[in-house]
Design a protein. Structure first.
Length: 135
């Protein structure tokens, strides 16, 4: 499956999960608000933007995506970071292991975001400009 479609499908799954979390929060007092917010913002919104960005931005620039491999790594790191955040965030004040987990998974998610920015930015710069800058 193409990278943009992977992000789009993941986005739709996170929309279902995040919406379900919201309904669960309406009926009980589980501490899900931070996870709910991250699942919807990083999972649904950002994943869709990543997918659309990987597909459209190189087209707009008239270039190819700089690295499909980097996009694939981004996909898996972003999902790992988000799922880890969703499970550790509600309990980050309950103990040091949860807090450490939240920090580690947050850093994984942040690294993935940096990878996206780098990959797309390199895709937007025509190869001639890259060679010109490096000379």
């Amino acid at each position: 499956m193409e990278i943009p479609l992977k992000f789009a499908w993941a986005s739709l799954i996170y929309l279902l999960i995040g919406s379900t979390m919201g309904a669960v929060m309406a009926f009980n007092s589980l501490p899900l608000a931070p996870s709910h917010a991250h699942v919807l913002l990083i999972g649904w919104v950002s994943m869709m933007i990543f997918g659309v960005g990987y597909h459209l931005l190189p087209v707009f620039a008239g270039t190819d995506l700089y690295s499909l491999r980097l996009a694939e790594i981004h996909f898996w790191l972003q999902n790992t970071g988000l799922i880890g955040l969703a499970f550790t965030m509600p309990y980050r004040y309950a103990g040091e292991s949860y807090r450490t987990g939240t920090i580690v998974f947050g850093l994984i998610s942040l690294l993935a975001i940096y990878m996206f920015v780098y990959n797309v930015a390199r895709s937007l710069i025509p190869q001639e400009k890259v060679e010109e800058i490096s000379e």
